[in-house]
Design a protein around this ligand. Structure first.
Ligand code: ZN
Length: 240
């Protein structure tokens, strides 16, 4: 079921057991948007059904925050236009070449191409891993992007962060809501969940220039600015 966050913004809340992130929905007067497509066709379809059940219009566009499987493996099943940063699309293009057999998955674990946490959760989400399908987005953007779906403004900002080499945050201006992807989390691919301190502080400095009041991390409940500061203090104490 959807949770309403603000006049134009809803989420389908995250599910840690299956590593399903929060999926966002932005309701415009002319058209609506998704933020991330989830970790599988099943996850995406749960979102699309929740939108329908709430009597809201189906989304025309899906914006992708970063390339990680849990945010992108539903893209192939999205019946609209998918959009992502050029860097994200380059990485997704590489992933389209990955084979989905137990042998290929084991090999990627050995070489470090895949992270253990992801491997474990992919096997929980998918009863049949041969169903996995990775696609590139239909539309790429290389810098900031503004979308006007009617009565609300959506600002997409590519941002350097400690979580992945790509990454964009999505800000719903009138509602002061920010979708941050997983940007505050450490890097599970290069640093085993650890943090690069410079990237962390660069991220915090840039993202905090955005006047958000509600901050939506991919795998946590929505936070106020004060709660975001508390989370950052915790990361500083424990991880940096
Ligand atoms: Zn991620």
């Amino acid at each position: 079921m959807l949770t309403q966050i603000s006049p134009h913004v809803y989420i389908l809340p995250f599910d840690s057991q299956r590593d399903r992130p929060n999926l966002g929905y932005i309701h415009g007067e002319k058209f609506s948007l998704l933020v991330d497509t989830g970790n599988s066709k099943a996850h995406l379809n749960t979102m699309l059904k929740a939108i329908k059940d709430a009597n809201l219009p189906a989304p025309a566009i899906a914006l992708i925050t970063h390339w990680h499987w849990d945010h992108t493996f539903g893209m192939h099943a999205f019946p609209g236009t998918t959009m992502t940063h050029t860097k994200t699309n380059e990485i997704l293009n590489d992933l389209t070449k990955w084979k989905w057999t137990p042998e290929a998955m084991n090999e990627r674990l050995k070489t470090g191409e895949e992270c253990e946490f992801c491997d474990t959760h992919i096997k929980i989400e998918y009863d049949d891993i041969t169903e996995i399908k990775v696609v590139r987005a239909d539309v790429e953007f290389d810098g900031n992007l503004t979308i006007n779906p009617g009565n609300v403004t959506v600002e997409v900002t590519p941002i350097a962060n400690p979580h992945s080499d790509d990454g964009a945050v999505v800000y719903i201006k009138e509602d002061k809501v920010l979708f941050a992807g997983d940007a505050d989390t450490g890097d599970f691919y290069e640093l085993d969940g650890g943090y690069d301190a410079n990237k962390f502080y660069d991220y915090v400095t840039s993202v905090d220039k955005i006047p958000y009041e509600t901050y939506i991390h991919g795998h946590l409940a929505p936070m106020t600015r004060t709660e975001v500061s508390a989370l950052r203090k915790e990361i500083e104490t424990e991880e940096l």
